[in-house]
Design a protein around this ligand. Structure first.
Ligand SMILES: [Cu+2]
Length: 231
């Protein structure tokens, strides 16, 4: 029994100690551009029936942000298996607001064990429902007013956000265990800096698209280009 307890305690410690800060010498960087794989989706327009005064009467689907050249914004690009390096700097007290029936920010990266503060700027009832690999993580009803709700985010990975009241409300939160991540800009570009030389798994997460995963090797003081196509 005691052995089982010790084993569980060690496992819990190991899970927490997956990433360690350490001096980074001869750091390199990874940058590139994410494009849509194939013909970019044509965002649907939606006639809003529920709360049009707040949400607007017509909405354009916003899960995909694709530029004319196929560049995709709001894609999280990250190193999945890096164990040590620069200081962990992902936000631990992030805020998710709801404004005119949009999640703000639309996509954000937060640190593991972050205390997410959920608030609303709207005069209508919302709901923050998040899914990690299809399972519910957050499911809060958010009435108008100043009452803010807090949820601790323990599980790493990307969560889709949906509002059960306004089905067109979409967004994402990515919970990172290390600081080696970036979110693509509107032009699809990203950069991950201060990477210790080594070989890593580079991966992507998008709120609706499928993930990518690849191996990338960064040499001392080297700038590596890694591009991906998502859909
Ligand atoms: Cu809503």
């Amino acid at each position: 029994m005691i052995q089982v307890f010790i084993f569980i305690a060690v496992m819990a410690f190991a899970a927490r100690a997956d990433y360690a800060e350490a001096p980074v010498g001869d750091a390199g960087s990874i940058s590139g551009k994410i494009l849509y794989n194939g013909r970019a989706p044509h965002p649907r327009s939606i006639n809003v029936v529920k709360d049009p005064t707040t949400c607007g009467t017509i909405r354009i689907e916003d899960a995909w942000s694709v530029a004319a050249d196929g560049a995709v914004g709001n894609v999280v690009v990250y190193l999945a298996d890096i164990k040590k390096g620069k200081k962990m700097d992902a936000p631990l007290h992030p805020v998710l607001d709801q404004k005119q029936c949009h999640y703000l920010p639309h996509v954000q990266v937060v640190g593991q064990y972050a205390q997410l503060q959920i608030k609303t700027s709207d005069p209508v009832l919302h709901n923050v429902h998040s899914f990690l690999d299809g399972s519910t993580v957050i499911n809060f009803s958010v009435p108008p007013g100043n009452r803010s709700l807090v949820k601790k985010l323990d599980k790493i990975g990307g969560m889709q956000l949906k509002c059960d009241i306004h089905s067109f409300m979409r967004g994402g939160i990515f919970v990172a265990e290390n600081p080696y991540y970036a979110v693509t800009r509107d032009d699809g570009t990203y950069a991950i800096k201060d990477v210790p030389p080594g070989t890593y798994t580079i991966a992507t997460w998008h709120e609706e698209g499928g993930p990518l995963s690849d191996s990338v090797t960064v040499g001392p003081n080297q700038t590596v280009t890694w591009n991906g196509r998502v859909r």
